[in-house]
Design a protein around this ligand. Structure first.
Ligand SMILES: Nc1ncnc2c1ncn2[C@@H]1O[C@H](COP(=O)(O)OP(=O)(O)OP(=O)(O)O)[C@@H](O)[C@H]1O
Ligand SMILES: [Mg+2]
Length: 380
């Protein structure tokens, strides 16, 4: 185990003792720090965060027990193993050492090999414990993330199911309306002098019905979870998504401009509906910013491109920048500047979709007067 990036602090008020201990511990390869009093030791611990403290018990002003107690009471340092080194060797002193949080106890004069082995063992243990803790923290975070992600996904799926049942319920009445519209239109057309206005109205009804059916179909598909990764066209998929939600934006005079750089279509490999969900989260944020800042520029630009390895989509809006202190946090779960109107889930979900599921990358960057988000998805 490599211990060279670790610091061992040796605390003793007698310089010769420090010298002897450091000669013994040198072969471990760790950095060695020294303190000649309790106060100095506490200062060094705060600055250098050692991985082990070799602590003399008998020192003027503040003895080793006191130093150890202070450490063990501080959550930041309580994990650091403390080994007492002392000439006192009666059982009461030993018990006192363990009671105030020491992990081991070595009596002076010590055997050099014993000191070496004890320090090495406790240091290695500490490093292993630290790694286990890191792994556990990571797993816990992952678990939380997945739980939230799954609950979002199942919400999406239940909206999809609801839409499916509504569209099933509406199929019958819509086709009845459609049939009687067609019937009325034929009757009108068969008249000697058909009424143009009536025919126009009937055609409008027909178009509206068609629109309702296709919207229902598209929304139903949008909320359906992807079963597997497929190849899909970035332009086509972005177009469908923008089309689906364009009504919401038109109300606020927001215009979404979609175009492909180099005029070519780019096919990427991933979960298509997930991509659409990621894209709508970013577009919705851009629209929020335009509305919130009453921006004069109400355009959102969605541009597709490729660098030969990735399909690249940039989403740009000019409603002001994201404050520098926030830009590193916007992808964090629950980070929002919208108070009760935001949940802070949009971008964290977007990141999960693009990076964890689709092995892509999503980033945000301030530009003059605005913000550009970049989504990269692998071509294959
Ligand atoms: N285009 C943008 N312009 C300015 N700020 C933005 C933009 N996009 C994102 N942000 C900032 O990032 C924050 C996080 O966005 P995110 O979508 O994760 O959450 P939200 O929009 O606040 O809530 P919701 O979960 O409902 O989407 C926003 O609150 C906003 O401060
Ligand atoms: Mg959002």
């Amino acid at each position: 185990m490599n211990l060279s990036d670790r610091v061992i602090l040796i605390v003793d008020d007698v310089s010769e003792n420090i010298q002897v201990a450091s000669n013994v511990l040198k072969p471990l390869g760790s950095a060695l720090s020294f303190a000649k009093s309790g106060k100095e030791a506490l200062r060094i611990i705060k600055n250098q965060k050692p991985s082990l403290v070799l602590l003399d018990v008998t020192m003027p002003e503040m003895d080793g027990y006191e130093v150890c107690k202070i450490l063990k009471d501080d959550i930041l340092y309580s994990d650091i193993p403390v080994i007492f080194v002392t000439a006192r060797n009666n059982i009461d002193d030993l018990v006192k050492g363990f009671n105030c949080g020491g992990i081991d106890y070595i009596t002076k004069p010590f055997h050099k090999r014993e000191l070496f082995i004890r320090v090495k063992t406790h240091l290695q243990n500490f490093v292993i414990q630290e790694r286990i803790k890191e792994q556990l923290d990571y797993l816990l975070q992952e678990h939380k993330r997945l739980k939230l992600f799954n609950s979002q996904q199942s919400k999406m799926a239940s909206v999809g199911e609801m839409l499916a049942s509504i569209s099933h319920q509406w199929k019958q009445p819509l086709s009845a309306i459609s049939m009687s519209t067609a019937d009325t239109k034929i009757k009108e057309l068969l008249k000697d002098t058909p009424d143009e206005a009536v025919i126009n109205n009937l055609e409008t009804i027909e178009k509206q019905i068609e629109f309702m059916i296709s919207t229902m179909h598209n929304f139903k598909n949008f909320f359906k979870p992807d079963k597997e990764k497929t190849k899909f066209s970035l332009m086509q998929s972005s177009y469908e998504l923008i089309n689906l939600f364009s009504k919401n934006f038109i109300e606020n005079n927001i215009v979404i401009n979609l175009h492909s750089k180099n005029e070519r279509d780019i096919e990427v490999f991933g979960y298509e509906n997930m991509y659409k969900q990621a894209l709508i989260n970013i577009i919705a944020n851009a629209a929020d910013a335009i509305i919130e800042n009453s921006s004069d520029n109400k355009d959102i630009y969605v541009e597709c491109d490729s660098d030969g390895e990735y399909g690249i989509v940039t989403i740009t809006n000019y409603a002001g920048q994201i404050p520098e202190e926030n830009i590193d946090k916007i992808f964090d779960q629950f980070f929002t500047t919208k108070g009760d109107r935001g949940s802070g889930i949009g971008l964290s979900m977007t990141k999960q979709i693009i990076e964890d599921l689709d092995s892509g990358k999503v980033t945000a960057e301030n530009i003059e007067d605005g913000v550009v988000f970049t989504i990269k998805l692998p071509l294959k």
